[in-house]
Design a protein around this ligand. Sequence first.
Ligand code: HMG
Length: 397
Amino acid sequence: MQAGLEGIGIAVPTTYVELSELAVARGVAPGKYVEGLGVTRMCVPLEDEDTVTLAARAARMALQSAGCPPEQVGMLVVGTETAVDHSKPVASYVQGLLGLPTNCRVFETKHACYGGTAALQMALDWVHAGSAKGRKALIVCSDIARYGIGTPGEPTQGAGAVAMLVSDQPRLVVFEKGKTGVYSKDVMDFWRPLYSKDALVDGHYSVQCYLDALAGAYRAYQEAAGEEPAGEGLYSDRFAALVYHVPYGKMSRKAHRHLRTLDGDTDPDASFDRLVGSSLVLPSQVGNIYTGSMYMALASLLSTSREDLTGRRVGLFSYGSGSCAEFFSGVVRPEAQARVRSLGLEGLLERRRKLSIPEYEEVMRARERIDEKPVRDAPGTDFRYQGTRDHKRVYAS
Ligand code: HMG
């Protein structure tokens, strides 16, 4: 039995910050953020947007674009590291907003940016084991990446959600059963203490942890895959594209250089545009969205690559600080690129409104108190966070 992505949906906040303007405000050369980190814009959520609203909007797009009625969903998992409650999962709010059935397994997963991949792998096993019995899993990765104003992490923020409909009818990507390599290690590279909205990070150490995990997971993948995928030359040339977790574009470049060097490539940057370039088009306009970053990169590849990827293999590397990482692979289905292009993802990003740097700083400060914000009617009906009343979050649907 095959298992993979039947549909995908993406949601981003309606506002963004231009990185070149942020650099000027911080007294930094714009080249450092734009070329040095590889980020042009980053999404910033306003106070009527949170992990729940982003997840619900992405999930709705995934269901609608696949033509899947809510009653066919038998499992809903939200991977996030931006929870809205210690107990009630984001997934329960999403279930309510989307009207998903009661005979649906609903919960949240956490392991930094790896939380969504943990959920996806479980859903694939659920389908492969026959437990799904024709029903589908909705896996949503939703996060708001946040570091302190003026810290080195500030230009690597972002916000957004990616939802994936997983089933035995994959129309976008079939994930290859058993072909995964895992690497995990207890490290203190990045964390989000319970008393802080801002993430804390040992930035340069986190880059090294990511690269060590890539080496470990890639080695484990090769052991698991055996002679498959077959091919001549460097192992990574057996993939038509490589999609890395993207905290910022330059990290993907560092990752690719590392992987090719492990393969024995003496010119490890030469293959970057061919194997990685298309996966960075959307992430460079959104910033880090933690759990969803690698899946945003996959959507970017399918949406912007000019190559016909039909029947071709894609390698995926998911990294979550703390840490857990996985290298796995999938094969692109016919029509997948046309289907993802029809979602109009680039247009979605173009419709955002730019915030000035003082506006952005005000939004960041207001967000400190967002969980206690009194209920206010939010305009529109597009899944908005209205505030908290009697200690209960209220959403407009
Ligand atoms: P920094 O120390 O301020 O920057 O912060 P830098 O000095 O390393 O410079 C960055 C790059 O810009 C360098 O390029 C410079 O040369 C270049 P590199 O040497 O790396 O190739 N540069 C310039 N380029 C062009 N024109 C110029 C210029 N000036 C300098 N004028 C750092 C960088 C990434 C450490 C910081 O942004 C940070 O801490 N970010 C957050 C942590 C992070 O994203 N880590 C990534 C790995 S861990 C991960 O991915 C997990 C994560 O997603 C969380 C989760 O799992 O939940 C973060």
